[in-house]
Design a protein around this ligand. Structure first.
Ligand code: S3P
Length: 434
């Protein structure tokens, strides 16, 4: 990773034409994991080969799986559920919470010992949310204050999981589903608020016996995952930066093709439509059990919004860029029930509040909410706190700022959207590296 890269955005033009968005991060992680545990060879196309997903890919190579990369197609020779082997050294998850938490579900049920750690941001993030449930069903996990690094001891006393999650987290749910694959009998995992269901959908696509009834997932352990080629939709969380960009930059008119529109991820579109956005979904279809559509977006005069409750988990990763959209509206927006934002790659409430204040926006936060009064961005130097989504959100703010915005420490954009800067340049937007 390039260290401490800083980007300035200045004198932008409108956005227009088709913009090609890379593959979905959540689904790529899962496709590599389930492909490795499947019963044969499969190809994953439109994979996201960002730093986060590469950490998952490298981990499965270290766990003994043959994985080849050709452009954005990944070929995996799955060895079946019991085909993983002990790694030579500690597994490194880098910046990826998804990898660390999902892989922990798999590692806690293997017949060998292992350990996993991450970068300086990941080692501060909470792991108790997976350690507690996994341990209560027999996993043997040692950790430092319920955080990474975590050590897994082979356990032969795992019992079927019956767990209800009060935290709205697809990572917790998926970690338990992946552990349940290895436990004989029926596991039942439910949640207060339904979160993204890519793990469940992909298992179903790969003919695994799993049933989903509203917020309850039931699956049988120790069955076969059928190796089938997987086509990954483009990532709506990455698309969101350009959706907001086109909405706030006068005269913009863009098309984003092949975007994943899983209903548990499209909260951002629902809310932007309520704010008066001109967004149209066409060519709606299903690919590998995931809904996909083409999205057309035109510049729109947005109005402020109040949101809270279940919708939050449907747009959790898009909140930073939604705050940028709110900051361009005439009036006050209130976003509540966002406490989970404090546990992301940075404390995103604090990072957004500090950045927007620097740009001259009136913003007030509590532990669980943010209130933004729209205005004009003054320009200035913004700290990304090493968080990819904070960095990209403020670069998008630079499209409508009076003076240039410099965003510090933007290297982490590579964790989820390696060609973000290239797209800006293709759009003839001046981006300078300092
Ligand atoms: C993810 C789930 C969400 C999301 C993250 C990706 C996933 O995290 O914020 O970017 O792929 O399961 P939580 O499960 O912590 O909400």
């Amino acid at each position: 990773m390039k260290e401490n890269l800083n980007l300035i955005i200045n004198n932008p033009k409108k956005l227009e034409g088709p913009i090609s968005i890379p593959g979905d991060k959540s689904i790529t992680h899962r496709a590599i994991m389930l492909g490795s545990l499947s019963d044969g060879q499969l190809k994953i196309s439109n994979s996201l080969l960002s730093e986060d997903c590469m950490r998952t890919l490298e981990a499965f190579r270290e766990l003994g799986i043959n994985i080849q990369i050709d452009d954005d197609t990944v070929t995996i020779l799955g060895k079946g559920l019991n085909g993983l082997s002990e790694t030579k050294s500690q597994i490194y998850a880098g910046n990826s919470g998804t990898m660390a938490r999902l892989l922990s579900g798999i590692l806690s049920t293997q017949n060998f010992n292992s350990s996993i750690s991450g970068d300086e941001s990941l080692v501060t993030r909470p792991m108790k949310r997976i350690i507690e449930p996994l341990e209560s069903f027999g996993a043997l996990i040692k950790s430092k204050d319920q955080k990474l690094p975590m050590n897994f001891k082979s356990s032969n006393s795992m019992k079927p999981i019956k767990y209800h999650s009060h935290i709205p987290s697809a990572q917790v749910k998926s970690s338990l589903i992946l552990a349940a694959l290895y436990i004989k009998g029926e596991s039942i995992i439910s949640e207060d608020i339904k979160t993204r269901d890519h793990t469940e959908r992909l298992l179903k696509y790969m003919e695994y016996p799993i049933s989903i009834d509203k917020k309850i997932v039931r699956l049988q352990g120790c069955k076969n995952i059928v190796a089938k080629d997987i086509d990954i939709p483009s990532d709506i969380s990455s698309a969101a930066f350009f959706i907001v960009a086109a909405l706030i930059k006068r005269d913009s008119d863009i098309t984003l093709n092949n975007i994943g529109v899983n209903p548990l991820r499209t909260g951002i579109i629902d809310i932007l439509l309520k704010m008066g956005a001109n967004i149209k979904l066409t060519n709606c279809r299903t690919i590998c059990n995931e809904p996909v559509a083409d999205i057309k977006v035109k510049y729109s005069q947005l109005t402020p919004i109040n949101i809270s409750g279940d919708i939050i988990s449907r747009l959790i990763d898009e909140l930073p860029v939604l705050f940028i959209a709110c900051a361009t509206c005439n009036g006050q927006s209130l976003v509540e029930d966002i406490h989970e934002l404090r546990y992301k790659e940075s404390d995103r409430i604090e990072a957004m509040e500090n950045g927007l204040k620097k740009l001259g926006i009136d913003i007030v936060s509590t532990e669980n909410s943010i209130k933004i009064t729209g205005g004009t961005f003054s320009g200035g130097i913004i700290d990304s706190y090493g968080d990819h989504r904070i960095a990209m959100s403020f670069l998008i703010a630079g499209l409508v700022s009076d003076k240039p915005i410099t965003v510090l420490n933007t290297s982490n954009i590579n964790t989820s959207f390696p060609n973000f800067e290239d797209i800006l340049r293709d759009q003839k937007i001046d981006v300078y590296t300092v």
